[in-house]
Design a protein around this ligand. Structure first.
Ligand SMILES: [Zn+2]
Ligand SMILES: [Zn+2]
Length: 1022
């Protein structure tokens, strides 16, 4: 399947403003290409679809959550109501979402709502579908897709559930994705979402939000039954809302508080009647119920049930507890509608891949007529090693249609994580990480007993040494779109388009552009098994957004507007900017030319009708230059994108590639920036690559080697308002050297070295308040001892009652304990990702109604350009950007801007790594390696002489014995070659050293025009 050229247009589309989408031709081409992508998906999906009965598998989900359901019967209750494009009469009612006897039917607090589908059944002539497909949900017009097979007869339309289907009209079953219409709590001043979408009646009521009102087509008392009549009647039986949620969270290994479930939704349309008195449906798609005590429930969404006529429902041959043995469907939701839900825990059996549900007559003289729309099954599934991969999937004979994970190295008694990786490439410039980078990540996981398996296709196969973390391509058997595939970076803007791209080529929006690429590069039958890494060039994220305060306001009136940014905008008169995310109807969303400007303000010429002070959440100003965010990922999920194209060498250093892959994968596995939810980034007592304190500089060992790892222990709390140096980090030995921030004014070593103070907070936020005199520097300790620690870096550990912003996030606070990442990884979230734009999980074009939904959804035909504004940064791209709560909790508020960017990474000079000293006959020879980030123009070598009577253990640098600069060494810069090496392979040979004298050495660097802090210290004599 060749999509290379088409792909470029998908991306192109994702990064342009709505004003650039007026060309209908252009729209059509995008739509056509989207359909091509869809066909790819369907061909991949067909293997996992099963139809063992009248209904077909629509979706299967694997997540630590469940579904809830509610419905309302509405038949014959229509009254006149105008819905554009719809019919003139609708029946309106309230769907109650409330606890049900016998089954769990409540969405827990803090759950992420990942999918919501509205089903309704209509009895009408099929020719009316173009109008009948429109309904209202919570006042929003929704378009259903008609899913009943053509020519499915309904029960007789004249009312009454019994009897035969003679002269019955067609049964129409509609399904709509309504996730994006579920309400959420928001800050009333800014519009910023502050909680998850709300489902339960009780949550709506307690927040004074109206209940779920639905209006579906129904002609009420009007119309006739005659299909030939111009006054055709149409009756809708009722509507049900099915909501899938995922409970995020930190689940200790070995004691999962929230079990992994498989949820299968079958739907379509089918009528059971005296002349067709059988309904038998096998439910699959969950692959393997839990071997011990499965917890399972089932729902039948059925129209036309009543109390007069009868039927018997069974599951695996037995009537479920709580279900009437003679009349299961009684129209219990009013007016011939049921979404009968019952436990099948005692009927499903352990370890089974299927369950059978049947309905037949209970009395031959009284047979009901019933019309099915959907059956839903949820069961706990079998995953004994807790890695989210079912035992059946990890067996040597996996279910048909699924990847053979066993052949790829998976076992059901070891924790496995599968990752597919594709990369962008443009000529010799490519984002494929080296084998060493993948190995470094793999090694970190392997040390904790977790086997990482990268699918990079045939990459690196010329290396004869088997790699424990790279799946041999021969084992990948059958993947249509496996990993290791190049994606042309240069094709990401449409070369035929007359419209300028809003961002340069290689810039991919999250999650829309990402999803476009993934849909054509990733087999859908891997959706619950593989994480998908896209190594892209850059993230389409605008420089200025209100969400993180970088855009302060746009004040419009009188035909002009003044834009104010928090920090220098760097724009000049005549530059082009695009505003998106302003309220609909404001007429502010458009592309403008920059007029008069100051450092942080500029004017644009708007229409005369635009007025107001715009500061709403989601408002963005796009300058066409993306941010340099290192990556982005689902916080709990399976999608991640690494975007280091604006970093060193156009790809980022190998260290940054490895640390960013591990960091973003960590978010997929439930890790945050501060450990536990809702904690600040950059905690000194949280030694993890998840913290910005460590993502760039690395976790240092005693030799100054930067390493990647998650935290393996919860260090004690520390109180920045009253630090006692003798207590340090309180207890024991640290796994890595400690790191924190100290005032430049008290750090004698940084004063000696003239280290450049940080220009941004550690979490990336701008430094606005004036800090300590002459700023703040980052300090690395030189010992694994947790105590004492010289917090103020003044050369002694005697200070008490210090108040110091150790994490340098702009506040002096009590820092909660650290966090044991490894013990809290949740490997079971891979299947519970987020779709763009508030669509339900795993939705494809084909799942939606035609036209309307597509227009605002996948083909970018309307609504916002989600390269900017609503489809944003890490973790908080939860669909439309509106669905937040725990999902966007990455620590501090500034995280709303996305991940660590280059500006933050080089806001202070990063020190050289791994300084070592080797004694020679006439010199002490030094070598080191480059910092992980930044462009080095010079290295400086510093030395202090140890006092007599000190040893390598006791000698240290002190204010009274500071180091002095003894030389410099220049790396290659442009066409200027590096200074020569000495004594074979060393950067610097200290020929001024004396025999039998102990020295302390350190190296600094001038990196990206900043003076770095010190490297590790080495002590050496000769
Ligand atoms: Zn690139
Ligand atoms: Zn992060």
């Amino acid at each position: 399947m060749i999509l290379a050229k088409n792909r470029s247009r998908f991306l192109d589309a994702s990064v342009r403003s709505r004003t650039q989408f007026k060309s209908a031709l252009h729209l059509q081409s995008i739509r056509a290409q989207a359909i091509v992508a869809l066909l790819c998906l369907l061909s991949a999906t067909s293997a996992v679809r099963a139809q063992d009965g009248p209904l077909a598998l629509f979706k299967n989900y694997f997540l630590t959550g469940d579904y809830v359901v509610g419905g309302v019967g509405l038949r014959g209750q229509g009254t006149p109501l105008i819905v554009s494009g719809g019919v003139g009469s609708y029946a309106t009612g309230v769907i109650h979402m409330a606890p049900m006897a016998g089954t769990n039917n409540i969405v827990p607090a803090n759950a992420d709502v990942v999918a919501a589908f509205l089903y309704w059944e209509t009895i009408a002539d099929a020719s009316l579908i173009p109008n009948l497909k429109f309904a209202l949900f919570r006042g929003n017009k929704v378009e259903g897709k008609q899913i009943a097979p053509a020519n499915t007869a309904a029960c007789r339309g004249s009312g009454g559930g019994g009897g035969n289907q003679n002269n019955a009209q067609p049964l129409l079953v509609f399904r709509a994705d309504v996730l994006r219409f579920l309400p959420f709590l928001a800050n009333s001043a800014t519009g910023q979402p502050v909680g998850q979408r709300l489902v339960n009646d009780s949550d709506l009521a307690s927040n004074l939000i109206p209940a779920h009102t639905v209006s579906i087509p129904d002609s009420g008392a009007g119309g006739t039954q005659s299909p030939s009549s111009s006054n055709q009647a149409f009756l809708s039986e009722g509507a049900s809302l099915v909501v899938i949620y995922r409970v995020p969270g930190v689940v200790p290994v070995g004691s999962p508080a929230v079990p992994l479930r498989g949820i299968s939704i079958y739907d379509g349309g089918y009528t059971f009647s005296p002349t067709n008195a059988t309904m038998s449906q096998t439910i699959r798609g969950f692959y393997q119920s839990s071997l011990s005590g499965p917890d399972a429930k089932m729902t039948h969404i059925v129209g036309d049930g009543d109390t007069s006529f009868q039927e018997r429902l069974t599951v695996n041959g037995t009537t479920p507890t709580g279900v009437s043995g003679t009349n299961a469907f009684q129209g219990s939701l009013g007016s011939s509608w049921d979404n009968l839900t019952f436990s099948v825990s005692n009927l499903i059996g352990g370890g089974t891949p299927s369950i059978l549900t049947s309905v037949g007559p209970s009395s031959p003289s009284s047979v009901d007529c019933l019309s099915w729309g959907a059956i839903i099954l949820s069961t706990t599934v079998q995953d004994k090693d807790g890695d989210g991969l079912l035992d059946a999937w990890e067996s040597d004979t996996p279910p048909a249609g699924l990847p053979n994970l066993y052949a790829m190295g998976a076992r059901d008694n070891q924790r496995d994580v599968f990752v597919e990786l594709d990369y962008m490439q443009s000529g010799a410039h490519r984002h494929l990480p080296s084998r060493q980078v993948l190995d470094n990540v793999g090694n970190a996981f392997a040390a904790r007993g977790i086997n990482l398996h990268f699918d990079v296709g045939k990459q690196f196969e010329t290396d004869p040494t088997p790699d424990p973390y790279i799946i041999p391509s021969a084992s990948l058997g059958g993947a249509v779109h496996g990993g290791g595939e190049p994606i042309d970076e240069g094709l990401t803007c449409d070369p035929a388009s007359t419209q300028p791209c809003q961002f340069p080529p290689g810039t991919v929006s999250w999650k829309r552009g990402y999803r476009r690429i993934k849909d054509s590069q990733f087999d859908v039958n891997r959706k619950d098994m593989f994480h998908y890494i896209l190594m892209a060039h850059a993230l389409a994220f605008p420089k200025f957004v209100t969400n993180d305060g970088s855009l302060v306001s746009i004040v419009a009136g009188g035909g002009t507007a003044i834009v104010t940014t928090k920090t220098a905008h760097g724009l000049n008169s005549g530059d082009t900017v695009t505003v998106a995310g302003a309220p609909a109807g404001s007429n502010l969303n458009a592309t403008y030319t920059v007029g008069a400007h100051t450092t942080t303000t500029f004017t644009i010429t708007t229409g005369a009708g635009v007025s107001g002070n715009f500061t709403n959440w989601g408002l963005v100003l796009n300058t066409g230059v993306p941010r340099s965010n290192s990556g982005v990922s689902d916080l709990l999920g399976g999608d991640l994108m690494i975007t280091l194209g604006l970093w060193d060498g156009g790809t980022g250093s190998e260290f940054m590639q490895a640390s960013t892959i591990m960091h973003e994968l960590g978010h997929n596995l439930g890790l945050r920036h501060g450990g536990a939810p809702n904690e600040l980034n950059c905690k000194p007592n949280y030694q993890s690559i998840m913290s910005y304190l460590y993502q760039v500089r690395g976790l240092l060992d005693l030799s100054g080697n930067p390493l990647i790892n998650y935290s393996g222990q919860a260090l004690p709390a520390i109180n920045e308002t009253s630090l006692n140096e003798s207590f340090g980090l309180t207890t024991g030995t640290l796994p890595y050297l400690p790191r924190w921030y100290a005032p430049f004014s008290t750090s004698f070593l940084d004063q000696t070295l003239q280290t450049s103070p940080a220009t941004k907070h550690c979490d990336g936020s701008p430094i606005l308040a004036s800090g300590p005199p002459s700023g703040t520097v980052r300090v690395d300790g030189y010992s694994y001892s947790a105590r004492p620690i010289d917090w103020n870096a003044d050369g002694n550990t005697l200070s008490t009652s210090l108040a110091q912003d150790l994490g340098f996030n702009g506040a002096i606070t009590a820092i909660p304990p650290g966090f044991d990442d490894w013990s809290n990884l949740d490997l079971r979230q891979v299947g519970a990702r987020r779709d763009p734009l508030g669509y339900s999980l795993d939705i494809t074009l084909d799942d939606l109604g035609s036209g309307y939904d597509l227009g605002s959804g996948y083909d970018l035909g309307s609504g916002y350009d989600l390269g900017s504004g609503y489809d944003l940064g890490s973790g908080y791209d939860l669909g439309s950007g509106y669905d937040l709560g725990s999902g966007y909790d990455l620590g501090s508020g500034y995280d709303l801007g996305g991940e660590l960017d280059l500006d933050s990474a080089i806001s202070l000079g990063n020190a050289p790594n791994a300084l070592s000293a080797t004694p020679a006959r006439f010199s002490i020879d030094l070598k080191w390696s480059a910092p992980n980030v930044g462009h080095v123009t010079e290295y400086q070598v510093w030395r202090s002489t140890c006092p007599k009577n000190t040893t390598a253990t006791t000698c240290t640098i002190t204010p009274s014995n500071p180091p002095a600069k003894i030389g410099v060494w220049h790396p290659a810069v442009g066409s200027v070659p590096a200074d020569p090496l000495c004594d074979g392979s060393f950067n610097f040979c200290d020929t001024s050293s004396k025999n039998s004298t102990l020295y302390v050495y350190l190296v600094t660097a001038t990196v990206s025009s900043k003076q770095s802090g010190p490297s590790n210290l080495v002590k050496q004599s000769r």
